[in-house]
Write a protein that binds this ligand. Structure first.
Ligand code: ADP
Length: 465
């Protein structure tokens, strides 16, 4: 059975259930019909026997039977017997066992080889003490024949009904399972052509289980395609980012080797060192980004005071700020307790504050502001502002992209800048179910704002299990 396709299994099951149902219905019908026939014939028999006494009288010592007395009425044969059981009038139907004893007011059934009868006897005693029996015999052959005909008809139509059930069942299940074929074809096509852009694209009722399965698969394919494209883009971005320092290193090394002047050679070595440091930083950041990606898949949620975390961040970066004479200002709501991954949030904040210091004005300020969200009580805002160089409007929507640097000259000048920091911050914030935005004016300063839910969203918690 399990070797059959689901379509055939469903059809067979459906047909078997229908067959069973039909057999039960037919059996109930036949039994009811049989009972009904017996009931009707017993009524007719009893009525005929009782009516017969209307035509029998006992005016003296003798019995008088009216000329109108009919010995065969409504398919019932009537026989009259004396008190001792001696037959006086009437004929039993052919083949009826006459020796059957009289028994007043009891319905009985007798059968011979090829006949069935119903028998009903009634005894009445007249005032002179003499009694009379009337026996009614009803032949059941007609009724039994009707019953047999119905049974034969049913047995003949049963296979036809089963065939129709099987055919209809097969067509219905075939139609119902058509989407499965479509899903399979799409999967085969994707495997054969290695084309992840293909979709099942089933149209239909959203309540249909197969339709929703197909649309879930489509969404899954979309995610896989995105991830695949991302990987491709990532590899190409990384190669591109590494190619520049590597070519500078090669050309500087080649140039240095052709020079005898130690000063020029030193300059080349300096340049090689800077590029190597940049590459090393780039590789470290890439590793960190990949580790963050892995860590974000299993966030370690815990409850902690967010103001304390912000203070740890500013303490950590105090020295960097001092080196530029930048004042670190904190405006913190100390009552905020958040459920989040402390290590990851700290990395995100360190990145933001560190950027603000890097791109901040000498002797300027960097402010960390933590407060509850004005609109949603279950969210908090952390903003990091500076009065630094700002970001031109055309770069604002791109700075969260991998390797993107708004001010290439300035960013690249520092070997520590890689254009990966904000990408990581965004990943961390979004993994917590939050969002990040930026407002900036060139030459005036920038404000990065993170909005986070106070408690872990069930989905995020679930994915961290
Ligand atoms: P980077 O390593 O270059 O700092 P990030 O991803 O951290 O990489 O930032 C991307 C770009 O966004 C930076 O190169 C810089 O141009 C811009 N940027 C980020 N933070 C600031 C800021 N506070 N002020 C001005 N520009 C900023």
């Amino acid at each position: 059975m399990s070797r059959l396709s689901i379509k055939k299994r469903v059809t067979t099951f459906y047909a078997a259930v229908m067959l069973l149902f039909m057999i039960i219905v037919m059996s109930v019908f036949l039994v009811t019909l049989d009972l009904q026939i017996t009931h009707v014939s017993q009524n007719a028999l009893e009525k005929s026997v009782k009516n017969a006494f209307d035509y029998i009288a006992m005016p003296g010592d003798w019995l008088e039977i009216s000329n109108d007395f009919d010995f065969y009425v409504n398919d019932v044969s009537l026989l009259v017997y004396g008190q001792e059981g001696t037959k006086m009038m009437g004929h039993a139907p052919q083949g009826f066992p006459e020796e059957i004893a009289l028994q007043s007011d009891t319905h009985r059934e007798y059968s011979s080889e090829n006949e069935n009868w119903q028998v009903y006897d009634l005894y009445t005693e007249y005032p002179n003490g003499t009694g009379v029996w009337v026996r009614g015999i009803y032949s059941l052959s007609n009724s039994k024949q009707t019953l047999r005909n119905v049974l034969v008809l049913m047995l003949l139509t049963l296979p036809l009904l089963v065939a129709i059930t099987l055919a209809v069942g097969y067509v219905v299940t075939k139609r119902a399972f058509a989407p499965v074929r479509k899903i399979q074809q799409t999967a085969e096509y994707i495997m054969r052509k290695k084309d992840l852009s293909s979709r099942i694209g089933l149209e239909g009722n959203a309540n249909d289980e197969l339709y929703s399965l197909a649309s879930t698969y489509d969404k899954l394919l979309e995610k896989i395609e995105d991830a695949f494209e991302n990987e491709k883009q990532f590899t190409s971005d990384v190669s591109h980012e590494l190619r520049t320092p590597v070519s500078v290193i090669i050309s500087q090394a080649e140039y240095g080797l052709t020079q005898d002047d130690p000063v020029t050679m030193r300059e080349s070595l300096d340049s090689i060192l800077r590029q190597s440091e940049h590459m090393s930083r780039l590789i470290t950041q890439l590793l960190e980004l990949s580790r963050t990606g892995n860590a974000l898949r299993s966030l370690n949620y815990e409850k902690f005071n967010l103001a304390e975390l912000c203070e740890m961040v500013t303490d950590e970066l105090q020295e960097q700020a001092d080196s530029k004479g930048i004042q670190l200002i904190s405006k913190l709501d100390r009552s905020i307790e958040i459920e989040a991954d402390q290590t990851q949030l700290m990395r995100a904040l360190i990145n933001l504050v560190s950027n603000s210091i890097s791109y901040g004005r000498d002797n300027g300020f960097v402010m960390v502001d933590l407060h509850r969200d004005g609109k949603n009580n279950d969210r908090i805002n952390i903003s990091v502002s500076d009065d630094g160089i700002g970001i031109a409007p055309e770069h604002l929507d791109k700075i969260f992209n991998r390797f993107y640097q708004a001010d290439q000259a300035r960013s690249k000048a520092k070997s520590s800048n890689t254009g990966l920091g904000l990408t990581m911050v965004k990943q961390i914030v979004e993994a917590h179910g939050g969002s990040i935005s930026v407002q900036s004016t060139t030459g005036v300063g920038s404000t990065f704002t993170i909005v986070l839910p106070l408690t872990a969203e069930p989905e995020a918690k679930f994915s961290s299990i």
